[in-house]
Write a protein that binds this ligand. Structure first.
Ligand code: SAH
Length: 249
């Protein structure tokens, strides 16, 4: 459990816990064709400290429930929503996305930025589909190959980290096989990784190491994040996050 606590400590002060951007969340909302004045019931799975939760609540006429398995992140969602005057539209629950107590077809929208991989893409979309009403919107971002071929080093890394990594056309096919119809797709721009995610994380490394007295575990966490950043810097033309917006048929 200790390494989880260290990961929480490293990430809880981050505005986001994965690659993304407010304007990319807005673009996905636009692609979804959602009626912004529609009184929508929205679920944000693996919401972290609430980057997308805030955008959804501010752009849509809705109630958003953010779920995550770490209370420290959810506390930050509440704190931020209060600061932004969005607290009446946002609630949080500590639930695991693979064991949700909600009713079938309860939600108009299910959102998941950089989180569906926790269940695996195929299993995740198939499980979450049950909680969406017919014609409801699923919007998820997911690690994606941007080319058919890539360097072996990169292939090896991702096949051991997340073997479900695939091209956008393969991900879309999985969505279609699982009863969704594509509304839109776009790759996240590089700045969503470097400026919005990696740079703020990098600036927390020294304080994180100091607070943990440079323990072996803390140094390992930093080294593995640095390896990931180096890989991205060398090979970002081959992979990144794809944002998939789909409608439940
Ligand atoms: N959506 C956020 C966080 C992405 S990081 C953002 O874009 O910034 C992935 C998130 O999934 C983390 O907050 C992590 O705590 C959460 N998570 C991991 N396993 C989970 C599970 N089984 N159920 C729900 N959330 C989970």
């Amino acid at each position: 459990m200790e390494d989880y606590q260290l990961l929480i400590d490293l990430h809880k002060e981050g505005y986001r816990q994965g690659p993304g951007g407010d304007s990319e969340t807005e673009l996905a909302i636009k692609l979804s064709g959602l009626d912004t004045a529609g009184s929508l019931n929205v679920l944000d799975v693996g919401c972290g400290t609430g980057a997308s939760t805030m955008v959804l609540a501010s752009r849509l006429d809705c109630q958003v429930t953010g779920i995550d398995i770490f209370d420290e992140f959810l506390a930050e969602v509440i704190h931020r929503s209060t600061q932004k005057g969005l607290d009446s539209k946002i609630g949080t629950r500590n639930y695991s996305m693979d064991d949700l107590p909600f009713a079938k077809e309860e939600f108009d929208v299910i959102w998941g930025e950089g989180s569906i991989y926790n269940m695996g893409f195929g299993k995740g979309i198939s499980y979450l589909r049950d909680f969406l009403r017919p014609n409801g919107i699923l919007a998820v971002s997911e690690i994606t190959w941007f080319s058919k071929e890539r360097p072996q080093e990169l292939e090896n890394y991702w096949n051991s980290e997340y073997p479900e990594i695939a091209t956008a056309s393969e991900k879309m096919s999985t969505l279609e096989t699982n009863g969704f119809s594509m509304m839109g797709y776009f790759p996240l721009p590089k700045k969503c990784w470097e400026e919005n995610y990696y740079a703020p994380m990098r600036s927390r490394f020294s304080e994180f190491l100091r607070q943990n007295e440079h323990s072996e575990m803390a140094r390992e966490i930093v080294a593995s994040a640095q390896k990931e950043m180096e890989l991205f810097s060398n090979f970002h033309q081959y992979y990144g996050y794809g944002f998939y917006v789909a409608k439940k048929l």
